[in-house]
Design a protein around this ligand. Structure first.
Ligand SMILES: [Ca+2]
Ligand SMILES: [Ca+2]
Length: 234
């Protein structure tokens, strides 16, 4: 549209100029103003008038275009400012999230360390093999000890062996399942079975269950014998 107006303006100016220089535009012998103007003169006046109209239209359009451009620029500037504010807010949230993740990682590492420090629980079989015990039934009672063993995991009773009658070197060869074991002490309480009661011979304390021989201590903490055990997988 602007191009068409410019071409029209240039054309009108050229036509007006050619009209003005192409012949007389006024009559010198006519005293009345309007009658002084010749037909060529009126044509020239028309060209000037339309040139003026087109010039005004062009200026109005140019001004409107400038206002639109300024408005668009202001809008873009506002949008850019809003986008920058959002970017800054997002950046701040990102920093907060990074710090939260770092804190969570630290907590997770702490929990992992704590979990690693918790003893792993396992289940295994403990076999009571042979033992050596003192003679708890000296004469005139029937000679030799009638031994049996009570098995405990911590304070929990696991089971007991059969009585081996009249033998100071009894072999039990009985296995017991030790469930959910962590760090509890395995206690083997060795008894002598008597007619009316069970006489405690002593205890073997096993803090770390391994196949081997463990000493039996009486109530005065004197070593009175030993007992052999074997640790088997579940
Ligand atoms: Ca006895
Ligand atoms: Ca006995």
């Amino acid at each position: 549209m602007e191009l068409a107006i410019n071409i029209a303006l240039v054309t009108l100016v050229a036509i007006g100029a050619l009209t003005a220089i192409g012949g007389e535009t006024s009559r010198q012998n006519e005293s009345h103003f309007w009658r002084k103007i010749t037909l060529r003169g009126w044509f020239f006046v028309s060209c000037v008038f339309f040139t003026l109209i087109l010039g005004v239209i062009k200026e109005i359009r140019s001004n409107a275009a400038s206002e639109r451009a300024e408005h668009a620029q202001t809008k873009l500037r506002n949008e850019l400012q809003t986008a920058n504010q959002k970017l800054e807010s997002a950046s701040q949230k990102l920093q907060e999230m990074k710090s939260l993740i770092a804190k969570l990682e630290k907590e997770l590492n702490k929990m992992n360390i704590e979990m690693d420090s918790i003893p792993k629980r396992s289940t295994f079989k403990l076999k009571i093999k042979c033992a050596s015990v003192p003679d708890m039934d000296p004469r005139p009672y029937p000679d030799n000890t009638d031994a049996w063993v009570d098995v405990l995991r911590g304070s929990m009773s696991i089971g007991r062996t059969q009585v081996i009658v009249g033998n100071d070197s009894p072999c039990f060869n009985e296995s017991f399942r030790i469930p959910d074991y962590a760090t509890e002490t395995i206690t083997l309480i060795v008894y002598d079975h008597d007619r009316n009661d069970n006489e405690v011979i002593g205890k073997a304390l096993i803090s770390k269950p391994e196949t081997g021989t463990y000493d039996i201590f009486d109530a005065r903490n004197n070593k009175v014998g030993y007992i052999q055990i074997e640790i088997l997988s579940n």
